[in-house]
Structure formats: structure tokens, C-alpha cells
Design a protein around this ligand. Structure first.
Ligand code: ATP
Ligand code: MG
Length: 137
């Protein structure tokens, strides 16, 4: 995997979500990602930044353009926080599981919208979620 471009976006307040969405949108346009895939990426990314804000008081997003080959270019977003972590990842990835009073669809929904989804979490240390969306497919 070749990393063509990298930027770190700090997420601390609601306004940062808007900035994040605009940047991801610009990156998607830069790689000529289609509107459907771009919308899926933005939807998944928004769920993950929202989780970071709500459960971890914010964190960082690494925003990268990645390339596997001339045909396989996409965007990889890594959301990392130093919040409380997630005790049971299997629960967290189940539709309808929430420790809040929400729908519990953020993580499993985000996973369905992207090509590669990876989540790591250590209770007491934090959570890192990485998603990759290819421009085609
Ligand atoms: N970054 C995070 N740090 C700590 N806990 C998290 C984090 N992200 C998710 N969680 C935990 O995983 C659970 C499931 O997250 P998910 O986004 O799927 O649902 P939700 O946020 O509860 O509801 P929804 O996203 O549908 O509004 C959350 O209720 C929370 O307990
Ligand atoms: Mg959520």
C-alpha cells in the first residue's frame, strides 16, 4: 500500500466535525471518488467522529489517500482517541448495542459502508478505528 497524502485532523468540538467532513469531501473529489462511495465514506466517518466526541471527548483523525495499484486508489481514515475504550468489541459491533440511549447502529453501520474496517480498543487506554473506502467498488 502506498500512502500518497496524509493529514491529521484534531477533533475536540462539534465545529471540528464540519471541518472533518469538508476535508474528507475534498479528498474524495481529489481521487475522483463517485458520489455514492463518497456519501458512504462521509456517513461512516461522521459516525466514527461522533463516537469519538461523545465517548472519548475527542481525538484525532489521520486522513490518507492510499493506493494499491493504478486501479485501486482510495481514502483511509484512522480515528484514534485516548478515551475509556470499549470493554467488549463483539457487543459494540452488534446492531442495537449501546451504552448510551442511542440506536447502537454507528459502528456496525460504518462497517457495512466501507471496504476495510478495523477496530482496536483497550479499556482505560483508548480506541482506534480504521476504515478504507476504494474509489471504485
Ligand atoms: N470511541 C469510543 N470510545 C469508547 N466507547 C465507544 C467508542 N465508540 C463506540 N463506543 C461504545 O460502543 C457502543 C456502540 O457504538 P455505536 O456507535 O455502534 O452506537 P451508539 O453510539 O451507542 O449509537 P448510535 O451510533 O447509533 O447513535 C457505544 O454505545 C459505546 O459504548
Ligand atoms: Mg455511535
Amino acid at each position: 500500500m502506498i500512502i500518497l497524502n496524509k493529514e491529521i485532523i484534531n477533533i475536540q468540538k462539534e465545529q471540528d466535525v464540519l471541518f472533518f467532513r469538508n476535508r474528507v469531501s475534498q479528498y474524495a473529489d481529489k481521487v475522483k471518488m463517485g458520489l455514492v462511495n463518497k456519501t458512504k465514506l462521509l456517513t461512516a466517518g461522521s459516525e466514527l467522529v461522533r463516537n469519538m466526541l461523545i465517548y472519548a471527548n475527542g481525538g484525532k483523525v489521520y486522513c490518507e489517500i492510499v493506493s494499491m495499484s493504478a486501479l485501486q486508489t482510495g481514502i483511509r481514515l484512522t480515528f484514534t482517541d485516548k478515551g475509556p475504550g470499549i470493554a467488549d468489541l463483539n457487543n459494540a459491533m452488534t446492531d442495537g448495542f449501546t451504552t448510551g440511549k442511542s440506536l447502537g447502529l454507528g459502528l456496525p453501520g460504518a462497517k457495512r459502508l466501507v471496504n476495510i474496517f478495523d477496530i482496536k480498543s483497550e479499556p482505560g487506554k483508548g480506541t482506534t478505528v480504521t476504515i478504507t473506502k476504494w474509489k471504485n467498488g
